[in-house]
Design a protein around this ligand. Structure first.
Ligand SMILES: *[C@@H]1O[C@H](CO)[C@@H](O)[C@H](O)[C@H]1NC(C)=O
Ligand SMILES: *[C@@H]1O[C@H](CO)[C@@H](O)[C@H](O)[C@H]1NC(C)=O
Ligand SMILES: *[C@@H]1O[C@H](CO)[C@@H](O)[C@H](O)[C@H]1NC(C)=O
Ligand SMILES: *[C@@H]1O[C@H](CO)[C@@H](O)[C@H](O)[C@H]1NC(C)=O
Ligand SMILES: *[C@@H]1O[C@H](CO)[C@@H](O)[C@H](O)[C@H]1NC(C)=O
Ligand SMILES: *[C@@H]1O[C@H](CO)[C@@H](O)[C@H](O)[C@H]1NC(C)=O
Ligand SMILES: *[C@@H]1O[C@H](CO)[C@@H](O)[C@H](O)[C@H]1NC(C)=O
Ligand SMILES: *[C@@H]1O[C@H](CO)[C@@H](O)[C@H](O)[C@H]1NC(C)=O
Length: 390
């Protein structure tokens, strides 16, 4: 067996089969690749029927891309000796349940996208990776992600995945996008200090970004279920901050003094108080501020400058006059808060008229302009997700 393999290897090398791209059509093409310890080129396996198990266990390195896609019959993928690849892409394979790459440590693009039955994804020491994406799978655990500097990280729609442990990651040059994973997802980026792109965390039960100090693009938290979060190291967000649909009652940005554009806070049903601890140092907002919710009180102790429009909406105990006082650094405020008192009653109509509702609108407009759009920020994140599926 060893002897036969050796002969095949010699034949493959002699024929130059180890240094040109290959589009695999059948098992013999797989044997050809597998005869190469180092394969210099791309290996593309696309829509090959009747292949249940893909094993290329002799290959140690592929300088190009390994792409396995649109395989309906495929169930297992094994490249047990592979340590390095240009990229490793497992895309749209309906029935794949196992992918074994225990020695893969260096790869540029690692994309495991739309493999809805993939339960076991075995990697043990991912040391160097640029783009890391795991989207739509059935995995319940990640492998050991040991890289400290990465370009992009995207982990979406893995409904069985509840531990997202990226504690080795210190820096990304691109974006981080985490959403729609397991119900009790614990998301750990405990060493992360610097993000070079957007950061979006959604649907997490716990989130550790305690060292995150610098974000080069938009920062978003959507539909997370933690009750309280302190983003203790963040001093500057180069673009916007969006907090939407979360469950927290308190959030704090103790060091944040500047944002690069806007602040959008909407639909966080338990978040009623923008307190002195929420944005204690925030001094400058060059863009807009959009606040929608059932606010009882609001203060921005250090706010000195808001250049864009402020929009206030929702129903709570907070009145427009108090909100406008808290946001007196802004010259352009559009307030349509409906104010209710402690018992949920209209504060303004002391007598009578109790039948027609409990709220009173204290509408006020310092100056009209287009409304800051949290919708734009939300659809941006959706677009990012959609793009990943292409
Ligand atoms: C996914 O793979 C199946 C075959 O397994 C194929 O019929 C389908 O067109 C592929 N989808 C995409 C988006 O390529
Ligand atoms: C992980 O892989 C790197 C090579 O990229 C190696 O130096 C290191 O020893 C490996 N660590 C473990 C725990 O296997
Ligand atoms: C997530 O973390 C919390 C708090 O540390 C813990 O109680 C919970 O069990 C963890 N969830 C999972 C799925 O491990
Ligand atoms: C508000 O958030 C809830 C979940 O937290 C969601 O079901 C609802 O669609 C959101 N509404 C808007 C307008 O975003
Ligand atoms: C949130 O957590 C911080 C620090 O852990 C704590 O000081 C604060 O009281 C908490 N706020 C609420 C509303 O639970
Ligand atoms: C915020 O409003 C609530 C309800 O009116 C009140 O109980 C709480 O003491 C207020 N907090 C601050 C810091 O004013
Ligand atoms: C409610 O009414 C009281 C007394 O009339 C007034 O002092 C207070 O400012 C009002 N509160 C709000 C939130 O409008
Ligand atoms: C994220 O980054 C991209 C490109 O830099 C940008 O177009 C997008 O609007 C950003 N924001 C969000 C919330 O996705």
């Amino acid at each position: 067996m060893k002897y036969i393999l050796a002969i095949t290897t010699l034949a493959a090398i002699a024929a130059g089969a180890c240094n040109k791209d290959i589009t695999v059509k059948d098992q013999s093409d797989i044997n050809t690749v597998n005869a190469c310890s180092k394969f210099q080129g791309d290996v593309v396996i696309d829509g090959v029927e009747g292949l249940g198990a893909l094993s290329m266990d002799s290959v140690k390195e592929v300088t190009g891309d390994i792409i396995v896609q649109n395989m309906y019959d495929l169930q297992t993928v094994s490249l047990s000796q592979l340590t390095k690849a240009g990229s490793f892409k497992i895309l749209n394979n309906t029935n794949v349940y196992k992918v074994d790459i225990p020695n893969l440590n260096t790869v540029s693009d690692f994309q495991i996208i739309v493999n809805p039955n993939l339960k076991e994804l075995n990697y043990k020491n991912m040391t160097s990776v640029d783009n890391f994406q795991i989207i739509t799978s059935y995995i319940s655990s990640l492998g050991a992600f040991t890289a400290s500097k990465v370009q992009n990280i995207e982990v979406l729609s893995n409904l069985q995945l509840s531990q997202l442990d990226f504690h080795n990651v210190k820096e990304t040059t691109g974006y981080i996008n985490i959403a729609n994973n397991g119900k009790n997802a614990n998301v750990t980026f405990s060493s992360l200090t610097t993000v070079g792109g957007n950061v979006s965390f959604a649907d997490a039960t716990t989130l550790d970004i305690s060292k995150l100090s610098s974000i080069a693009d938009d920062f978003s938290l959507y539909t997370n279920s933690f009750k309280n979060l302190t983003i203790g190291s963040l001093s500057k967000a180069e673009k916007s901050i969006t907090l939407s649909g979360n469950k927290f009652s308190a959030i704090a940005f103790p060091k944040l003094s500047e944002v690069g554009s806007s602040i959008n806070i909407a639909n966080n049903t338990n978040f009623k108080s923008i307190s002195k601890d929420t944005f204690p140092k925030l001094a400058t907002v060059p863009g807009s501020i959009f606040l929608e919710g059932s606010f009882d009180n609001m203060t921005f102790p250090s706010l000195k400058e808001v250049d864009g429009q402020v929009s206030l909406k929702g129903t709570g105990r907070l009145s427009c006059s108090d909100a406008e006082e808290a946001l007196s650094a802004a010259s352009n405020i559009d307030c349509s808060l409906e104010t209710v008192d402690e018992d949920g009653n209209d504060n303004d109509s002391k007598d009578g008229d109790e039948d027609d509702g409990k709220t009173s609108k204290s509408k006020s407009k310092t100056s009209g302009a287009s409304r800051a759009s949290v919708t734009a920020a939300v659809s941006g994140a959706v677009a990012l997700v959609a793009a990943a599926f292409l």
